[in-house]
Design a protein around this ligand. Structure first.
Ligand SMILES: *Cc1c(COP(=O)(O)O)cnc(C)c1O
Length: 347
């Protein structure tokens, strides 16, 4: 099986498994896990922040951030197709009790003047805007990279309105490698960020929430309330350290393979691909011109040994990762070409 559903299917490397077995541990709720301390300090330094905490998932990291930044009844500005809005079960509403203001973006980028217009003025009828959320790379925009200059423009206007900016940086490592921008430079533009160890970096579990010391101390309380206070979590920090220090540079291979896939798909009659968004390890194709449904298309791929995922509205997503080699790309292109051919209307 060639599993292109997500980079979350990556398995820990032999070095990660060895590090897990040998990790020095303690009770992290008492702050006594030295391996976890090392992971959190390493992450804080990489992103030029004072502190970091390990959270069990990206969703937990984003939601703890929202709860720590905001009060009930306030409003958060997010890109209309952002992960925090689309894929986190409405938790910003159900858990944090905040209202979401969606601003549509292009390739994941909200126009700064649209963001500025969405910021609430002081008025007895209005909720208060208290957070702006960015996502880099942008998942539903096909892994598109938000340029640092764009993030800076949003950060500047946020500062002018005394608003904090949180970055959903689940795949910020992909952005860094693709754009040649350091992790620290991304960290410098935002107040807080969430980064995933368990996607392209192949660690088995976890994300980090990174930010100022006082913020992280407060976030620790919400994390505990969410059931995220862990004990001998050094066994998870150990592969996380390898993820941060040894697994970032190889993402360039995933990006090269995704481009190969995308270029081949773009040449197939009946498929539409926006090549301008294929900047990292995600390829989204539009199959609306084919004569089959997404379900049927995915089922035929599966029968032939390729797994991809449904991205709604006739779109299918393919993600390259550590478990995908060059020959898997060649085979996938052949298999997709065959399935597409059977569902193309001939003039
Ligand atoms: C995967 C992802 C998350 C959430 O991570 P989980 O570990 O699956 O909860 C958040 N934001 C983006 C952009 C993601 O791709």
């Amino acid at each position: 099986m060639i599993d292109l559903r997500s980079d979350t299917v990556t398995k820990p490397t032999p070095a990660m498994r060895a590090a897990m077995a040998n990790a020095e541990v303690g009770d992290d709720v008492y702050g006594e896990d030295v391996t976890m301390r090392k992971l959190e300090e390493t992450a804080a330094q990489l992103f030029h922040k004072e502190a970091a905490i390990f959270v069990t998932s990206g969703t937990q990291g984003n939601q703890v951030a929202v709860l720590t930044h905001m009060k009930r009844g306030e409003e958060v500005i997010v890109e209309a197709d952002s992960h925090v809005f689309y894929y986190e079960l409405g938790a910003m509403s159900s858990l944090a009790g905040v209202q979401v203001r969606q601003v549509p973006g292009v390739r994941g980028q909200m126009a700064p003047h649209d963001v500025e217009k969405a910021i609430r003025k002081e008025n007895i009828h209005f909720p208060r805007t208290s957070l702006i959320c960015l996502e880099n790379t942008h998942n539903r925009a096909g892994g598109a990279v938000l340029p640092l200059s764009h993030m800076q423009a949003i950060a500047d206007l946020a500062k002018a309105h005394h608003l904090p900016v949180h970055l959903d940086g689940a795949r910020i490592f992909n952005a860094s490698v693709a754009a040649g921008v350091s992790l620290g430079a991304y960290g410098d533009t935002v107040d807080t960020l969430q980064v995933c160890l368990s996607k392209g970096l192949a660690a088995p579990v976890g994300s980090l929430l990174v930010g100022p010391k006082a913020f992280i101390e407060e976030a620790k309380r919400w994390r505990k309330a969410f059931g995220g206070g862990l004990r001998q979590s050094g066994v998870l920090a150990a592969p996380g350290l390898i993820a941060l220090t040894e697994m970032v540079d190889r993402l360039a291979d995933d990006h090269r393979r995704a481009k190969e896939l995308a270029n081949a798909f773009a040449n197939m009659a009946g498929l539409r691909v926006d090549l301008s968004t294929v900047m990292t390890n995600i390829v989204i194709i539009d199959i609306n011109e084919l004569t089959c449904t997404s379900d049927a298309f995915l089922q035929e791929l599966l029968t032939n040994g390729v797994i991809a995922s449904d991205f709604d509205d006739g779109k299918i997503r393919f993600v390259t990762h550590l478990g995908i080699e060059d020959e898997d790309i060649t085979r996938t292109i052949d298999i997709v070409a065959n399935v597409v051919k059977q569902h193309t209307v001939h003039a």
